[in-house]
Write a new protein. Structure first.
Ligand code: ZN
Length: 431
């Protein structure tokens, strides 16, 4: 059974909290001292301050280095004595090489000033750790920029000195590693898919391209097309990286994954704040599919490719982690009615347990011995909605649960509770 992993899903809610609200302690103290001497003397902007012009200048240098694809130019932006230069060299040599071969990835750097740490009121040196952001788009797959952040150290020695980059450290684990960090990769483009693979898997990628395309095309037939998106990104993985890309997923046995990529505002992320981008009409998130070696021996391969693509396309609505049935049910339902017809008896038997799991977490669903039946019963929820109210109602329901801050808000929006949906499905199933 193909999973949308719960850990990556949970990131959707847990990941969006404010990170690193700056203290601004020294500024407060300075203000208190000044006011004690009388009014109108406070000059909070005095001293050595990292300005927007400073961050913009450093950003320009990084982006110029990215444009040339010259790794030494990138390394040249960093303090020459830093211990991690070879790591930067290795990572970006591989990336530039892969990006050039793929030809469909654009990227740029963002530099920000985290609140409260970027000013020295006395005018002396300012040095701080912050988030350096690299944002990329995969043409056709990403309607907005996908972000990743690196722990970095910055310094401004005096008021008139430029902002320096002392160190680029590890990428934030929730974004890392990307498929282009773990191997030399190439890609095949079809009408609805970008299929990325390492050299060793080229013949398999070629052999399966038409089936991956068939699965992706089916997903685009079923789902509303996210604005600016006409392809799904598939990566062929191998045992050493199965389930371990983009922060990793916790479901061990699944043979395919949809990794969730929220669209966070890159400028805000560069100041340490995780703020979702909210551009009207544009998708709120995207994803990447990872296909394990085991997937390729499955007789229902096209359905797996479709299932994972539906997860990725449903991320266009993603505001908060939806109930598990709403996520897996949609993807399973998209695979077709024949699975429900074939398993009717098993679903009827499992339905009492399913009724409970609807209101529980991802663990109760995935760790149950009835997991397969839960997928099917979840799909039955949508099949029942489709029979009652049509295809539009299926999409309205999925969108409500993906796009609301809580299941209760989704129920309000729909004018129908999950309890009612479950009761209707029980009747529909004859359970
Ligand atoms: Zn799934």
């Amino acid at each position: 059974m193909a999973h949308l992993d719960r850990r990556t899903l949970l990131l959707g809610s847990a990941g969006l909290v404010l990170a690193g609200c700056g203290g601004g302690g020294s500024e407060k103290k300075a203000a208190v001292r000044a006011t004690s001497k009388g009014p109108n003397i406070v000059k909070p902007r005095t001293g050595n301050l990292v300005s927007q012009a400073d961050t913009a200048a450093l950003r320009d240098r990084l982006n110029a280095a990215f444009a040339t694809r010259d790794v030494e130019q990138l390394v040249g932006v960093i303090e020459p004595g830093d211990f991690a230069l070879d790591d930067v060299r290795a990572r970006w040599t591989r990336r530039y090489d892969n990006f050039d071969r793929l030809g469909f990835i654009e990227g740029e750097w963002y530099v920000g000033a985290p609140a409260g740490r970027t000013r020295n009121g006395a005018g002396g040196q300012v040095e701080y750790d912050g988030d350096l952001v690299f944002a990329h788009t995969v043409a056709g797959c990403d309607a907005q920029q996908v972000v990743e952040s690196y722990r970095a150290t910055f310094r401004k020695t005096s008021e008139d000195a430029p902002l320096e980059l002392l160190h680029i450290g590890d990428a934030d684990s929730s974004f890392d590693p990307s498929i282009w960090d773990v191997a030399e990769i190439d890609a095949i483009e079809t009408d609805h898919a970008r299929i990325v693979f390492r050299g060793k898997d080229a013949s398999r990628a070629k052999a399966f391209a038409s089936r991956i395309e068939a699965g992706a095309a089916k997903a685009f037939d079923i789902m509303p097309r996210p604005q600016g998106v006409d392809k799904v990104f598939y990566a062929l993985t191998w045992p050493q990286v199965d389930g371990r890309l983009y922060g990793g997923v916790a479901v061990g046995e699944a043979d395919a994954h949809a990794y969730y990529h929220p669209f966070l505002d890159p400028s805000e992320l560069a100041t340490g704040q995780r703020v979702p981008t909210d551009t009207a009409g544009l998708p709120k998130a995207t994803g990447r599919v990872g296909l394990h070696e085991g997937t390729f021996s499955r007789s229902d391969f096209v359905d797996v490719a479709c299932h994972e693509a539906v997860h990725v396309l449903a991320n266009q609505w993603f505001v908060n982690s939806p109930p598990i049935w709403a996520v897996e049910g949609l993807a399973q339902w998209s695979e077709g009615r024949r699975y429900l017809t074939a398993a009717r008896g098993r679903m009827q038997a499992a339905f009492p347990q399913f009724e409970k799991v609807v209101f529980q977490g991802y663990d109760e669903f995935h760790q149950s011995s009835l997991e397969t039946e839960f997928y099917l019963c979840s799909a039955a929820m949508y099949a029942c909605i489709e029979d009652d109210d049509g295809l539009d109602a299926v999409m309205r329901t999925a969108q409500a649960f993906y796009g609301s801050t809580s299941p209760e808000k989704a129920e309000e929006k729909l004018g129908r509770t999950q309890k009612q949906l479950v009761a209707d499905t029980r009747k529909w199933l004859g359970a």
